[in-house]
Every structure is written in structure tokens, then in C-alpha cells.
Design a protein around this ligand. Structure first.
Ligand code: GLN
Length: 486
């Protein structure tokens, strides 16, 4: 295997043993970027100089025997929705094309303190709205397993970068599936942590009651290591839970014996591609053989997840995106006018793409007087029922299992004119965000040469148990060792 094909922990071991340096590792990924980026388009911006400087710092600290983290020297890619001081942060939007944040997001700061060289900012659906990364204002990212297919979204750039070896690990954000779904479609591991587990300071908000930042990695061990770097309280973010963080690697030695799993009937039935269902069922059977007690569970309100999400998320986005008005920062229309309303309207019509404008309009509508009770308030009530289904299921089961995505990667452009088909991509992941719980996607096979993901969901703040089950499965299979031939 080439250097860029190894996992982060394999490389970290070599670095710790003095067999490899951070600079050599960074160089290998930069060379890989030079080789494949034209075809894959993972990045909005490659920050080569920045990465090299950080790699030099990492090597210095390592030779002094003062590595601040086991991941010192591991190249990371950051979704362009997280603020990076002095480096532009576009959110995939023309609105923020020239925005250079004066501060780092907390997760960016923590990765930088842990001395992970940042390779660049990755492409994404505009303001994280989408499931294919086709909604970016700048470029379309390709799936490294088949360049004619999408990588999933909205963190498609981060997923493609890791799958292609342009970085060894990445960060994404997940509001309705945007870490897990691209991880599944690109054959890697993606974790959406519990709401409040990871600081969102410096994350450009989409839907604040749903957004979480999390890792995209090649295997479960790397995922645990990144969680050790980014999780935990942050005085800058009042929604970040002030509770202690375990060492996630301690969960990687356990087996699944004695644990129980529910398989929600609603997530393995209609709408799931039969070949994907077969792969996921095979993974469930394998876990059962390993000692995980699995049985079907009914979660009747899950069927309402998509409509509930598409009321709540646009409502929150219409409020969050109101700040982009051409006055304070971001894009401003070049049209000369004395009318402030015209300035707002033109700026927003020109700065936002069609999907973002659609969602702002939807959200404004459902929040307006007369419709608030009928749509928004009702959606909140149904959200509580959905969460109730999870609460009851977790009284009985340690984890829940489902496909991550109902299909494998689809062709670029295929769903452009079919918004419903596009939105159905998140049918298995959205319920998790509505309930605020953690879930991980891990590779569990292939259909027609394209990766399939298994989703494991858990109780709030029990990421450790997800990693335990995921790692046990991974040890028994070698799906995570497959690499695309680019
Ligand atoms: N695809 C979903 C949406 O478009 C989820 C996006 C996300 O998780 N950021 O809203």
C-alpha cells in the first residue's frame, strides 16, 4: 500500500516509532492531491503552505518528545463550513466567496493544537443543504469509486478527500445525514456525535437544533482518535454539554457479546434498494453471529421524519441566514441603490443559489403568522413523538441498526430535477438528528462496485458503545481495507 492509503493510526504508529515524519506524510498527501484533485475536486481550497508549516511544527515537537496528541502529523481536511482564521471560508456559497474569518472554529483550533496539518477546505453543498455536493457554487465533487457518481453530501468533499487519500482524516457537519451519507457512499467511516458533544463555535449555522460536527475517517480506530481531539465542553458554545469525555479508544477492545440491537422495521422496508438491503441484512446477521442479540423493532413515527425535518430545518435556516444581507459582511450586489430593501433583495437573490433560496422561502412561510401553528408547531410536536420512539427503543436495546443510505452513490445530475428523490437520500439518517442522538456509518459491502454503509445508532452520549460495535464488526471484515483505484 502507498503511504496515502494507510489509516491515520497506522501512520501515527510509524511516526511515533521514528520511521516516518509529519513532513513526509504531508508531502505524500500533497502529491496525491496533485495527482487526483483535477478528477475528484474534493477541495474548494488547498492550503499546502499552511499544511507544510504545521508539519514542520509537528516534527519539532515530536523530536522533542512532546507530541500533543497521537495524531500529531496526520493530514486533515476541513469542510468549508468551519471558520479558519486568515483562510477563506466559503460555505460553498457565492455569498461568502471572499469571507476570511478572524478566528478559528473550536474544532479547527483543537486539531491545530493537536498538530494535524490542515490540507485544505473541502467542497460542500451550499450552506450544507443537499445530499450530493452538487449544490456547491464552485464545483462538483466526484466519487473516488466512480468518477461519474456523486460522493454524497453535504460533506462530499471531506468524504471524497479521505477516500481518495488526499487527506487521512476529515471533519464534516451533519444536520440530517451530511457526515454519514457521504461516508457511506465513499466507503469510509463517518460519525455524527450526540447533539452537544462537540463544540459548534465557528461552525456556520444551517439548522441550529440539528447541526453537529464529526469525523470522517478510514476506520473506526481513527474515528475514536479524532473524537478524542474534538469532543468536550467549550466555554464559547453554550449548547456544548459540560460533561466529561471518555477516552474513546478504550471502547475498541470490547466484543459485542451481551449487547442488544433493535432493527427498526421502518428503516429496512420500502424505499431501500433491495441489493443495499441484502448487504445490510448480511452485516446484521454477521453481528448476530458474533453475539449481538438482534431483533426487529417498530418505530411508527419514524415515517414522519422527512416531512418534519423539511419544516424544522428550513425554518431554522431562514432565521440563521437572515444575517446575509449585504450590509455587514459577505457578498453585496454591485447595483447602486438608496433603497435598503432593494439592496437586501438583490444581494440575496444573487448571492444565494436556488436550493438555499427555496429553503429560506419555505422556512419563512412555515414561521409566518397563520401558518406557524399549522406547520412549525405541529412539526415540533411530531419531532417529540419521533424522539419518544427512540427513547422507548433504547429502554430495550443498546444500539439500533439500519442502512445509512437507501441506495449506493447515484450518477452526477441524475437527481437534479427530482428533489424528492434527492431528499430521500437521508431517509435513514434524519431521524437521528431529530432525536439528537449519535450514529456512525461504517462500510459493510459493495453493490456494483460502489460502497454500502451500515448505520449504528445509540443513546445520547454513548458514542463509545457505537465505536465498540462498529470496531467489532470491522475486525471481523475487511470492507474498510478496500481502496478505490483512481
Ligand atoms: N441532505 C439534508 C439536507 O439537505 C441534510 C444536510 C445536512 O446534514 N447538512 O438538508
Amino acid at each position: 500500500m502507498e503511504l496515502y492509503e494507510l489509516t491515520a493510526h497506522e501512520i501515527a504508529d510509524q511516526i511515533a516509532a521514528g520511521q516516518l515524519s509529519a513532513q513526509e506524510t504531508t508531502k505524500a498527501c500533497l502529491e496525491r492531491i496533485a495527482e487526483v484533485e483535477e478528477a475528484v475536486n474534493s477541495f474548494v481550497m488547498v492550503t499546502a503552505d499552511h499544511a507544510r508549516t504545521q508539519a514542520v511544527q509537528a516534527d519539532e515537537r515530536l523530536t522533542e518528545g512532546e507530541a500533543p496528541s497521537p495524531l500529531a502529523g496526520i493530514p486533515i481536511a476541513i469542510k468549508d463550513v468551519m471558520c479558519t482564521r486568515g483562510l477563506s471560508t466559503t460555505c460553498g456559497s457565492k455569498m461568502l466567496e471572499d469571507f476570511v474569518p478572524p478566528y478559528d472554529a473550536t474544532v479547527v483550533q483543537r486539531c491545530s493544537q493537536a498538530l494535524l496539518p490542515m490540507m485544505g477546505k473541502t467542497n460542500m453543498d451550499e450552506f450544507a443543504m443537499g445530499s450530493s455536493t452538487e449544490n456547491s457554487a464552485f464545483k462538483v465533487t466526484a466519487n473516488p469509486w466512480n468518477l461519474e457518481c456523486v460522493p454524497g453530501g453535504s460533506s462530499g468533499g471531506s468524504a471524497a478527500a479521505v477516500a481518495a487519500g488526499e487527506a487521512l482524516v476529515a471533519l464534516g457537519s451533519d444536520t440530517g445525514g451530511s457526515i454519514r451519507q457521504p461516508a457511506a457512499l465513499c466507503g469510509i467511516v463517518g460519525l455524527k456525535p450526540t447533539y452537544g458533544r462537540v463544540s459548534r463555535y465557528g461552525l456556520i449555522a444551517y439548522a441550529s437544533s440539528l447541526d453537529q460536527i464529526g469525523p470522517l475517517t478510514r476506520d473506526v480506530t481513527d474515528c475514536a482518535l479524532i473524537m478524542n481531539v474534538i469532543a468536550g465542553p467549550d466555554p464559547q458554545d453554550a449548547t456544548c454539554a459540560d460533561i466529561p469525555v471518555p477516552d474513546y479508544t478504550e471502547y475498541l477492545t470490547e466484543s459485542v457479546k451481551g449487547l442488544t440491537a433493535g432493527v427498526p422495521t421502518q428503516l429496512l422496508g420500502k424505499g431501500i434498494d433491495p441489493q443495499v438491503r441484502d448487504r445490510v441484512q448480511a452485516a446484521i446477521d454477521q453481528l448476530q453471529n458474533m453475539g449481538l442479540e438482534c431483533e426487529e423493532v417498530q418505530m411508527p413515527h419514524i415515517d414522519y421524519s422527512l416531512p418534519v425535518y423539511y419544516i424544522i430545518a428550513p425554518a431554522e435556516c431562514s432565521s440563521n441566514l437572515a444575517r446575509f444581507d449585504g450590509v455587514r459582511y459577505g457578498y453585496r450586489t454591485p447595483t447602486e441603490t438608496d433603497d435598503i430593501n432593494e439592496l437586501f433583495a438583490k444581494t440575496r437573490a444573487e448571492g444565494f443559489g436556488p436550493e438555499v433560496r427555496l429553503r429560506i422561502m419555505l422556512g419563512t412561510y412555515t414561521l409566518s403568522a397563520g401558518y406557524y401553528d399549522a406547520y412549525y408547531l405541529k412539526a415540533l410536536k411530531v419531532r417529540t413523538l419521533i424522539k419518544g420512539d427512540f427513547d422507548s427503543a433504547f429502554e430495550k436495546y443498546d444500539v439500533l441498526l439500519s442502512p445509512t443510505s437507501p441506495t449506493v452513490a447515484f450518477r452526477i445530475g441524475e437527481r437534479a430535477d427530482d428533489p424528492l428523490a434527492m431528499k430521500l437520500a437521508d431517509i435513514c439518517t434524519i431521524p437521528v438528528n431529530l432525536a439528537g442522538i449519535p450514529a456512525i456509518s461504517i462500510p459493510c459491502g459493495f453493490v456494483d462496485g460502489l460502497p454500502v454503509g451500515l448505520q449504528i445508532m445509540g443513546r445520547a452520549f454513548e458514542e463509545g458503545k457505537l465505536l465498540q460495535v462498529a470496531h467489532a464488526y470491522e475486525q471481523a471484515t475487511d470492507w474498510h481495507r478496500q481502496r478505490p483505484s483512481l
